[in-house]
Design a binder for this molecule. Structure first.
Ligand code: GLN
Length: 489
């Protein structure tokens, strides 16, 4: 009892001490553990997935070490820190990011996205954080010097962008046609190779690439196309928009905004063109990161596909009508549609109706497993049926039960027949992982696109990437053949 009284008497003193300490520590503690104050920081403690473009330097692009950097990225992280929320960025491509937002795969898009009237019908935008415009560009050495020179020629545009809309609005006036690409890098490549005479992109992006040494020149006048803002689905995330605006105002006030802009837009001189081996050495770490994902996605898909193939393959030969019908339907669907369509279906389509979002890796592995599984089903069926019927009959007549006859007599022969086709399918699946670049899985092909978008050296880079795939597939083939020899003697 005395104890308790003591404690009670001491309480005010202890409290005063704590308050004093807290006051003293406040300036230091603030940054580390912000006090929860829902009114001041509307998105505090929340986590958001933000979709962005793949290669839209200086707003988002891969640094030499493979990190996603740029004005958008730095502003986003600075604002998130200021407002006490966390972000996970998915680098998808502009059109893909907007689709991902609509299918709720991501909570927001920050991708040099212009605030335009039609977009305001479907999205809520933050305050503008960068003034932009669009402009045409053509190879430095080309005879195209004005929009009039584009008559009868082809212009590369980027799907779903303000630049594409602008090009469409003036193409009859100047008499050119357009072709759409998903990535800035692909537009630039199409122009570099001479397929298209010019391309259109956001002015700061074209200007930056020229400053970085891209052999291009600006054509015509810069056309207004709205300022950049961060977008969320209409009515879905008012807190994020409010927090973004507040954070943006704060980092404008404290100088962080200017620092970020100066970092990417300041005088930095053009980068020197390096030799082939320097290019190889520089890009190697990034490519290896990509290769690791390629191998992981391929290995998992092949494993699951084997299981699917064996299960459905046996369904097909089971003699059970329902099971074999099920297997036939499965094979028909996955063999009868392109893999790319299946990838889009699982990544964009399913989440749009179910609300269950999948990462690019999960959606990719599901697609490739199901796709390869369909082919493996046919391999298993073909293998089993390829063994002479007499083998089963002979085994059964010797008194072996069905399962035993299958396991001991038919399957060993069937597996021998199946193996070469399996190895073939492993290789196809490994190569198909490159398709997953379209949904932003940072595998080998994707990493290659990212590097090219920065250094514009498509010939050398695709050669390097081709050789890497060749080596890996070579190793896979050798390993598979070894296993084949060992088990199918
Ligand atoms: N600013 C353009 C738009 O919003 C292009 C954006 C981009 O390509 N990332 O349409």
């Amino acid at each position: 009892m005395r104890h308790l009284l003591d404690r009670q008497r001491r309480a005010p003193a202890v409290l005063a001490l704590v308050v004093l300490l807290l006051t003293l520590a406040a300036p230091f503690a603030r940054a580390a553990t912000p006090a929860p104050n829902p009114n001041n920081k509307p998105a505090e403690g929340k986590h958001y997935v933000v979709g962005t473009d793949t290669t839209f330097a200086p707003f988002e692009f891969r640094a030499a070490n493979g990190d996603l950097v740029g004005i958008d990225m730095d502003l986003l992280h600075a604002i998130a820190q200021d407002q006490g929320f966390t972000v996970e960025v998915r680098s998808l491509g502009f059109d893909a990011a907007v689709q991902a937002l609509q299918s709720r795969q991501v909570d927001a898009v920050m991708a040099g996205m212009s605030i335009t009237e039609p977009r305001k019908q479907v999205f809520d935008f933050s305050d503008a954080y960068f003034d932009s415009g669009v402009q045409f560009a053509a190879p430095k050495t080309s005879s195209v010097n004005s929009l009039a020179d584009l008559k009868g020629k082809r212009v590369a545009v980027k799907t779903g962008t303000a630049g594409a809309d602008y090009a469409d609005s003036v193409k009859t006036q100047y008499g050119f046609s357009t072709v759409a690409f998903g990535q800035t890098a692909d537009m630039v490549n199409d122009v570099s190779t001479g397929n298209s005479a010019a391309y259109i992109d956001d002015f700061p992006v074209v200007a930056y690439s020229i400053q970085q040494g891209a052999p291009m020149k600006l054509i015509g006048e810069k056309a207004p196309a709205g300022s950049y803002g961060m977008a969320v689905n209409k009515g879905t995330d008012p807190e994020l928009i409010a927090a973004f605006n507040q954070g943006l105002a704060n980092i404008r006030a404290n100088g962080e905004y200017d620092r970020v802009l100066a970092k990417y837009l300041g005088e930095q001189g053009t980068t020197q063109r390096t030799g082939f081996f320097t290019l190889l050495a520089d890009s190697f770490p990034t490519l290896m990161k990509g290769l690791a994902l390629t191998i992981a996605a391929a290995a998992l898909s092949i494993l699951f596909a084997m299981v699917l193939g064996v299960v459905f393959g046996f369904f097909k030969v089971s003699g059970n009508l329902a099971l074999s019908w099920l297997a036939t339907a499965y094979v028909a669907i996955f063999r009868g549609t392109p893999v790319l369509v299946q990838v889009f279906f699982f990544y964009f389509g399913i989440p749009a109706v179910t609300g269950i979002t999948l990462t690019a890796f999960t959606a990719g592995v599901i697609t490739l497993s199901l796709n390869a599984g369909a082919y493996m089903t046919e391999i298993v069926r073909g293998g089993i049926q390829g063994v002479d019927r007499g083998q089963m009959e002979a085994a059964r007549s010797l008194g072996l039960p069905y399962m035993k006859a299958m396991n001991k007599v038919v399957l060993p022969q069937a597996i021998k027949i199946m193996t070469p086709s399996f190895i073939n399918q492993f290789i196809i699946t490994l190569k198909d992982t490159s398709l997953l670049a379209v949904i932003g899985l940072a595998e080998l092909t994707y990493m290659g696109q990212q590097i090219i978008a920065r250094n514009f050296r498509s010939f050398e880079m695709w050669l390097i990437i081709g050789v890497i795939y060749f080596i890996v597939i070579g190793l896979l083939t050798i390993a598979s053949n070894k296993v084949d020899k060992r088990f199918n003697k």
